[in-house]
Write a protein that binds this ligand. Structure first.
Ligand code: ZN
Length: 290
């Protein structure tokens, strides 16, 4: 066979092989996989939902952001959904969410924006700012005891969207830098909602009460587990209307506004934990796992 013809034969075979591969991959259901994010631009500490559909098999699908696994739950036939977080210390720029489905890998890009946190100067009784040895020991013990609470389970307890526990304006935003008595600096890891003493505080979503006790900083503190690594936290309560182990429905009264713990007056400190990180509670409003 002349040299010219031989090249032609090889090229034709190669072409057929490429063509066949293209048909096979186009026919594979995995190629139709779609990932939908609740927002393409987020701030550090923001929650987001990730919905995946068009998978060959939902059993093998996993999702992760920065090596943090996002627990997924079913949202109908051939659909998975999960709530993730932009870790609070993330620098501005692009971040990738990796979705694996068997051997297939898909990346979804998210833009992390630069936040502008306010600086607040607060005055408190000195004993609430400069802690005694006894108080330090209590704070350390409380932190240690609270650590096992933040479990990442595959059980979904929440239902529909999350709601604010009080219908009032926010007085201190998430991430605010607070300087107590000109010396002690602390970063606000939740939001403060204005409230009158005795006003009813309502569960942000359905879940199980995993803590209701008095803590040094938080005062009377209540924590609800919503499943899949999502928890809401309610601090400085005057009293509790439920107790540990109880299931609460969205909007159910769980306690009354107070000023217990390190507080400058009656208000509600509302916190959100996602996958063990302190998230901005405002960012989960409107998001659901349905
Ligand atoms: Zn607060």
């Amino acid at each position: 066979m002349p040299r010219k013809n031989l090249i032609l034969v090889i090229s034709t075979r190669k072409f057929i092989a490429i063509f066949l591969y293209a048909i096979l991959t186009a026919a594979a259901p995995a190629s139709a996989m779609q990932a939908e994010l609740s927002a393409a631009e987020l701030f550090p500490g923001d929650a987001f939902s990730l919905k995946i559909s068009g998978m060959a098999s939902t059993e093998t699908a996993t999702a992760a952001i920065d090596a943090i696994q996002i627990p997924l739950t079913g949202c109908g036939e051939d659909c998975l959904i999960g709530i993730g977080i932009i870790p609070p210390q993330t620098l501005p720029g692009k971040m990738a969410i990796q979705i694996r489905n068997g051997s297939r890998l898909t990346r979804v890009s998210v833009t992390v924006k630069k936040p502008a946190y306010p600086e607040l100067h607060l005055k408190l009784p000195d004993k609430k700012v400069s802690l005694s040895q006894e108080d330090i020991a209590r704070v350390v013990e409380e932190e240690k005891r609270l650590r096992p609470i933040w479990q990442i389970t595959n059980e979904k307890l929440c239902k529909g969207t999350f709601q604010m526990p009080l219908p009032n304006p926010i007085s201190t935003v998430y991430g605010a830098k607070r300087i107590f008595n000109k010396k002690n600096v602390s970063v606000h890891r939740g939001i403060d909602i204005k409230g009158r003493s005795g006003e009813e505080v309502k569960a942000s979503n359905r879940g199980r009460v995993v803590l209701s006790e008095e803590l040094f900083f938080g005062g009377n503190t209540l924590i609800i587990d919503h499943g899949l690594g999502i928890y809401t936290i309610y601090m400085h309560l005057d009293s509790f209307s439920t107790s540990v182990g109880r299931m609460v429905e969205k909007g159910q009264i769980i306690g009354l506004v107070g000023t217990t713990g390190r507080s400058t007056g009656p208000h509600l400190h509302f916190g959100l934990k996602i996958l063990t990180f302190n998230a901005n509670p405002v960012s989960i409003m409107g998001i659901s796992l349905e």
